[in-house]
Design a binder for this molecule. Structure first.
Ligand SMILES: C[S@@+](CC[C@H](N)C(=O)[O-])C[C@H]1O[C@@H](n2cnc3c(N)ncnc32)[C@H](O)[C@@H]1O
Length: 484
């Protein structure tokens, strides 16, 4: 991109961002985190692999993201690639914090176990004594938590982080400091031994509710109640604790079995004037401020007029679809393959009083194929697939369904460009690309692309042509096809 183009885009971005943050800010009270007006510096920038550009001024990060998007989408002739919508305060925005636990340096052995001493009669005392016995004589290690160094599974203990929600960070530190007292060994990845693998903390941006998911290597969790009590004492903002059991030797963080240890097992949060229920397994965007910008942009670009049947494909907990159902869709059908996310989506529709949305638990490709086979009329498809993008089956069924507009939201523009090319080959044109900065300081870019059918937008430009222009000065002469 030339310098002139860069500065032109920067000034367009500034006015678009001011408009977007005005809209986002008016609906959500600003948290203390967001009020950190000065740019904090990250003490772990060189070791931690999470934020590749944290040492670069934020404005410059946006210029680079603009250039990358312009380059990636340059193959779609006629598409309007808009400047990225950035954040006003791009710090402490991550409302989901995940930390692994692992043993660090060896420590001197603990004092000998006291055993089940006479007089220990309450359940709590017996549990404590059992924990002491388990810990006695075992080599002790420092417990590490934090982020992985780039491209490795080596933990960088990140005591401070400039992108993570600070309450979530406090929870991670509190869990670590409670572990020895409750005999909870950190997980050893190489041996598949130890107990606590990860803690996943989710914070409701507007509600402030906090869900802590403890991922354990095994179901037995003696003293779990006392652990929760102690955790809540240290972090009173924690509203729910869930134990997730994952005994497989895998990089996948969550296992399938779960039990709620404290509170309702989910949190509520508000987005675009709707309230959403978030459980440990359901997908929920990590940057709530920018999620509002993203959803508003997607729904605006869908141009809903009150008569459209909208499909929200890869709907998660139904967030985008429910915003569309509230803002102009006649009816919304959401589809996601994760049954618990669909349960949450139905519950979200119910408690928000949205009656014009239904949700289906099914593979999105299968669902689209079925709709195409049954001749279901669909006017607009909103789609937000995972990083890998959509399957060829999904895209082909989408083309067969032939909605007038497709709004494709993606957290991986590379796979999005691949999928858009397939849709272009089957009769769609990319009209607008709007990037949104959901992940400041990192390489990641979120993009919303709007497509419509090529044939649907044949435009007729009125042109006045006089006989003189056609070289037919003699008005009497009848123009022939050749003349014209
Ligand atoms: C990027 S998330 C989007 C969720 C939602 N639109 C949101 O903004 O919260 C992708 C979603 O795709 C779902 N998913 C992944 N593969 C799928 C498939 N083959 N069929 C249907 N849903 C799928 C995941 O469960 C996840 O909820």
């Amino acid at each position: 991109m030339t310098k002139r183009l860069q500065s032109e885009r920067a000034s367009r971005r500034a006015s678009a961002n001011a408009e977007a943050s005005e809209q986002a800010d008016s609906s959500a009270p600003r948290s203390a985190d967001a009020d950190a007006l000065t740019a904090p510096t990250c003490p772990h920038a060189r070791q931690c692999g999470a934020c590749q550009h944290v040492e670069q001024p934020y404005d410059l990060q946006l210029v680079h993201k603009d250039a990358r998007v312009a380059d990636l989408f340059s193959g779609f002739r006629g598409a309007e690639v808009r400047p990225i919508l950035g954040m006003e305060h791009p710090y402490f925005y991550r409302n989901k914090v995940v930390s692994p636990f692992a043993p660090g340096k060896k420590l001197p052995p603990a004092p000998g176990g006291k055993g089940a001493q006479a007089g220990k009669t309450t359940r709590g005392e017996r549990n404590r004594a059992a924990r002491d016995r388990r810990a006695a004589g075992r080599p002790r290690h420092e417990i590490l938590c934090g982020m992985y160094a780039a491209g490795t599974h080596r933990i960088v203990p990140t005591e401070q982080c400039v992108v993570e929600n600070q309450n979530a960070k406090r929870v991670i530190q509190a869990v670590r400091s409670l572990m020895p007292r409750f005999g909870m060994e950190p997980y050893r990845e190489d041996a598949g031994s130890g107990f606590l693998r990860h803690a996943v903390v989710r914070v409701g941006h507007t509600s402030g509710e906090v869900l802590v998911t403890l991922v354990t290597n095994g179901r037995e969790f003696p003293g779990s109640r006392a652990f929760c009590r102690e955790l809540v004492k240290r972090c009173p903002f924690v509203t729910s604790v869930v134990q997730n059991v994952n005994e497989r030797q895998t990089n996948v963080i969550l296992g399938e079995r779960e039990q709620t240890l404290y509170g309702p097992g989910f949190i509520l949060d508000e987005l675009c004037g709707l309230s959403f229920r978030i459980s440990s397994q359901s997908f929920y965007q990590v940057n709530a401020v920018q999620t509002e910008v993203l959803y508003r942009t997607a729904v605006e670009l869908a141009h809903l007029t009150g008569i459209e049947h909208v499909v929200d494909a890869y709907c998660g907990t139904g967030t985008i679809g429910l915003v569309a159902a509230k803002h102009g869709a006649a009816h919304v059908t959401g589809v996601d393959s994760v049954a618990s996310a669909v349960r949450d989506a139905r519950e979200n529709a119910r408690h928000n009083g949205v009656g014009n949305a239904r949700f289906v638990a099914e593979d999105a490709g299968d669902f689209m194929r079925r709709c195409a086979a049954e001749g279901e009329p669909v006017d607009v498809v909103l789609m937000d697939p995972p990083r890998a993008g959509a399957s060829a089956e999904f895209l082909d069924a989408l083309s067969a369904l032939a909605p007038a507009r497709v709004v494709y939201i993606s957290c991986n523009p590379e796979t999005q460009v691949r999928d858009l090319a397939r849709l272009r080959d089957s009769g769609y044109a990319v009209r607008i690309v709007q990037p949104v900065d959901m992940f400041p300081h990192t390489d990641h870019i979120e993009t919303v692309a709007v497509l419509s059918r090529k044939s649907a937008t044949k435009t007729f430009i009125p042109v006045t042509v006089s006989p003189k222009d056609m070289g037919l000065d003699e008005a009497k002469a009848q123009p022939t096809y050749e003349n014209i």
